[in-house]
Design a protein around this ligand. Structure first.
Ligand SMILES: C[S@@+](CC[C@H](N)C(=O)[O-])C[C@H]1O[C@@H](n2cnc3c(N)ncnc32)[C@H](O)[C@@H]1O
Length: 326
């Protein structure tokens, strides 16, 4: 493993300069972006000088184009998404999701509360329903709560379609404990302010164009005392050598697995590039605080954000939490 590190570090240049992270990957991806661009009118291909831009993987695109690019990725991966998740993470995403849900302990024990209506959970970017299933299983089996319900929300109808399919034969669907909502996380007009007990987003927020806006919407829809919880990949592992090895794996293997299993290299190339562009744990915790949340473990007198997240598997992913002040 050690012998890989200098080569990987050289090839990937583990700096803040995204263009140098993986030249070969960037080249492959650039060609796919070009292919997509050829299908669009010339006027929409490039950001005009006066247009706001953002990143789409390692590419820079006009802000108003990012959502449709992301939509194209998830429409393309929807039918293979669950299998690919297992292959790419060697099954570890299941353990992270289990841990995420356990740490939130969804549901209300009937004996400990007079509230008969259970919790109202909003799972944003809920895709194929992995988190929603776990939430309902935990509430039902661990807390004996048969009232708690989940709204699975996603911008992408194909991903929601896969979720609907999975839930269609479940007792949760029959009991009306799960519903589906097509919406952009940045504008949740269908959700009333102060109406949600628990807001979750797993492996979704790094795809959003305006992450801060989504955090502000999370704050708005949560009840006072409600919890925001996010499970997301982190851009760098804590140990530099392991980081280099991991980058080698993710940039080398994941697009290749995408190509072999799903005949879709480019979408998986985007998914690994988007991880590089996501803020560090400390920066992201700062964004959650800026949206108005209290960070667990952060003292009010601390100016620098030092708390509010838990690293998973050497910092490959992290769980962030925030509480809306009561
Ligand atoms: C990697 S999948 C995660 C799915 C699921 N949460 C999981 O953990 O398996 C990311 C999801 O984010 C959704 N997404 C991307 N941008 C979004 C946005 N602006 N608003 C809502 N959902 C979005 C995609 O459609 C996709 O279903």
């Amino acid at each position: 493993m050690t012998s890989l590190a200098p080569r990987a570090a050289k090839r990937l240049r583990l700096s803040n300069t995204p263009r140098s992270v993986c030249t070969d990957c960037r080249r492959t991806f650039a060609s796919s972006v070009r292919a997509q661009q050829q299908q669009q009118p010339a006027s929409s291909q490039h950001a005009r000088q006066d247009e706001k831009t953002t990143h789409f993987g390692f590419d820079t695109v006009a802000e108003n184009l990012k959502a449709s690019r992301v939509a194209a990725v998830f429409s393309s991966v929807a039918s293979n998404y669950d299998t690919m998740n297992d292959l790419m993470s060697l099954g570890i995403h299941r353990l992270w999701k289990d841990h995420f849900v356990r740490s939130l302990n969804p549901g209300i024990r009937p004996t400990t509360s007079a509230q008969p209506q259970g919790q109202r959970i909003l799972d944003i970017a809920g895709g194929t329903g992995d988190i929603a299933f776990r939430m309902l299983d935990h509430a039902t089996n661990i807390n004996r709560d048969t009232q708690t319900s989940v709204i699975v929300s996603d911008i992408n109808p194909e991903m929601l379609g896969e979720g609907r399919k999975r839930f269609s034969t479940s007792p949760y669907q029959a009991a009306g404990r799960v519903s589906f909502m097509e919406a952009n996380a940045e504008q949740l007009d269908q959700v009333e302010s102060n109406s949600i007990d628990l807001y979750t987003v797993a492996f979704g927020i790094r795809n959003f164009t305006h992450k801060q806006k989504a955090l502000e919407e999370a704050f708005r829809v949560l009840k006072p005392g409600g919890v925001f919880a996010c499970l997301e990949f982190a851009p760098n592992l804590n140990n530099p050598v392991m980081n280099a090895v991991y980058k080698r794996w993710s940039f080398g293997a994941i697009p290749l697995i995408g190509q072999i299993v799903a005949a879709d290299r480019d979408s998986y190339q985007y998914l690994v590039e988007s991880i590089e562009k996501f803020p560090s744990q400390q920066e992201f915790a700062g964004m959650i605080r800026d949206a108005g949340f209290l960070l667990p473990g952060q003292r009010p007198e601390d100016e620098v954000v030092k708390a509010g997240w838990e690293d998973l598997t050497m910092g490959i992913a992290a769980i962030h939490k925030g509480v809306k002040p009561a």
